[in-house]
Design a protein around this ligand. Structure first.
Ligand code: EPZ
Length: 424
């Protein structure tokens, strides 16, 4: 058996200057949204990720013609099926985002339950309820969920929770529906605004994206366009946390600082010096930092759940004690067990983690259990004494474009190696 690992040598300050990748959580819905267009769409600044390639495979299986080359994706309309194969549904958690545009464009979509994953069960009940309200009939057949509609009609949809994916699916299903859809308690994440801006550029009529109420007036058709994906705010925060964990001075270019206010304010409160100049974020950190008494993950504009593991890695070696409450996902502390192997002192109870800062972590063999948890372990390794071996790189490759190269451009020392492993 062969396995890829990252050998990270920590204990030295980071120093460097990188340009952040395009946003995974925008590129994926944009690729799905292109299904609604009757002509070619070209997306720029698409990050080179396995999730992007999985989305491209799904588009091609559905009869669209999608090609991804470098950081550009080209999607051409086409005729084809309406069933997303189970293996593709399982390959990418967020394949449920094809539901809205498939129903919007072909009035039929067959999906399977996306498997539970590292963050706990990933139900899609809110997605299905919202589609029903738009006129979709849904029935389950041996694990396959068959969704179809004569026509989609606009309506008022109050969301019980500001779900990012449900907000995106409703917008993509409603843009070609008959009449007006009013979505209340909608998610406000910047990726929602990016999707709406793309669809408006294609001819959609959408107002209020990024606010709590989004109004979509159905139109007859959408034309493809050229569009550039927004910067990845969580990837940008990842690199800032690696520098905060190791100490040092870094500059992250190509960012949208206004999307990151809740993240940057926490690093400042912990003692980092942060400067902003247009699309650049500068961070200067002299360790030790100080712990933060209470952090709560919330829907945007609150502190994002995707950043929770990353700030935990920074606070593991910050002076004092602090508490983090994870309010969005049921099970998003799997990185803590791996941080304990590096000498961290963290206690988890349910959705709460109490962090007792220790002076320094030490290298260890650790495993990524999910995308952001894996990135957090690498950030912790940057500041740890000695060498850390990070396994589970498939998680990192889902969301980070050339993780090791970027890490090393900031002065880190990460070597990606293939090792043979006895059957474990
Ligand atoms: C999106 O996931 C992101 N993924 C996630 O990023 C991110 O963590 C999440 O939003 C929250 O910001 C993409 O954009 C591809 P939700 P999504 O619907 O849409 C529950 C990463 O690391 N829920 O806002 O799935 C759900 O179980 C990934 O980049 C239902 O109960 O998130 C969760 O507890 C991880 N029923 C909560 O809502 C449903 O039908 C938030 O989910 C849908 C969701």
């Amino acid at each position: 058996m062969a396995e890829e690992i990252l050998r990270i040598t920590g204990g030295r300050k980071l120093s460097g200057d990188i340009t952040v990748q395009g946003a995974k959580n925008s590129a994926l819905p944009l690729m799905a949204g292109a299904m609604l267009c009757d002509s070619r769409t070209v997306l720029h600044n698409v990050p080179a990720l396995t999730d992007v390639y999985a989305a491209s495979r799904i588009l091609n299986r559905l009869g669209f013609r999608c090609s991804v080359s470098g950081h550009t994706a080209v999607i051409m309309p086409g005729e084809g099926g309406t069933e997303i194969p189970d293996e593709e549904m399982r390959a990418m958690r967020s394949s449920v985002m094809f539901l809205g545009p498939m129903l919007g464009s072909r009035k039929r979509c067959v999906i399977t339950m996306p498997g539970g994953c590292e963050l706990g069960p990933r139900p899609i009940d809110l997605h299905l309820d919202a589609m029903r309200q738009l006129g979709v009939q849904i029935r389950e057949q041996q694990g396959r969920i068959v969704c179809q509609a004569e026509r989609l009609h606009g309506t008022r949809i109050p969301l019980p929770f500001p779900s990012v994916g449900v907000t995106e699916n409703v917008i993509m299903a409603a843009v070609l529906a008959e009449g007006e859809t009013v979505l209340t308690n909608a998610a406000r994440e910047p990726e929602i605004t990016d999707l709406a801006n793309f669809l408006i550029q294609c001819g959609a009529k959408i107002t209020g994206a990024g606010e709590g109420t989004v109004v979509i007036s159905g139109v007859k058709k959408l034309s493809g366009t050229e569009y550039s994906v927004m910067p990845d705010r969580i990837a940008a925060f990842t690199w800032l946390c690696a520098a905060a964990s190791a100490g040092g001075t870094v500059c992250i270019r190509g960012t949208e600082p206004k999307d990151m206010e809740s993240c940057l304010s926490l690093l400042t409160a912990a003692g980092c010096r942060i400067g902003i100049c247009r699309d650049r974020i500068y961070l200067d950190c002299t360790r030790p930092l100080r712990n933060l008494r209470y952090i709560r993950t919330m829907p945007y504009p609150g502190f994002p759940t995707d950043a929770q593991a990353l700030i935990t890695a920074v606070l593991a070696t910050s002076e004092g004690a602090g508490l983090i409450e994870e309010t969005v996902f049921e099970s998003r502390f799997k990185h803590v067990g791996e941080l304990l192997r590096m000498g961290a002192d963290i206690r988890v109870s349910g959705r709460t983690a109490v962090i007792y800062g220790v002076p320094c972590l030490h290298g260890a063999e650790v495993e990524a259990m999910d995308l952001r948890g894996g990135a957090a372990l690498a950030a912790a390794a940057a500041g740890a004494e000695g060498e850390t071996v990070l396994r589970g790189l498939s998680h990192l490759d889902r969301g980070y474009d050339h993780f090791a190269e970027t890490f090393n451009s900031l002065g880190g020392s990460a070597l990606r190696r293939t090792i043979s492993t006895a059957v474990r």
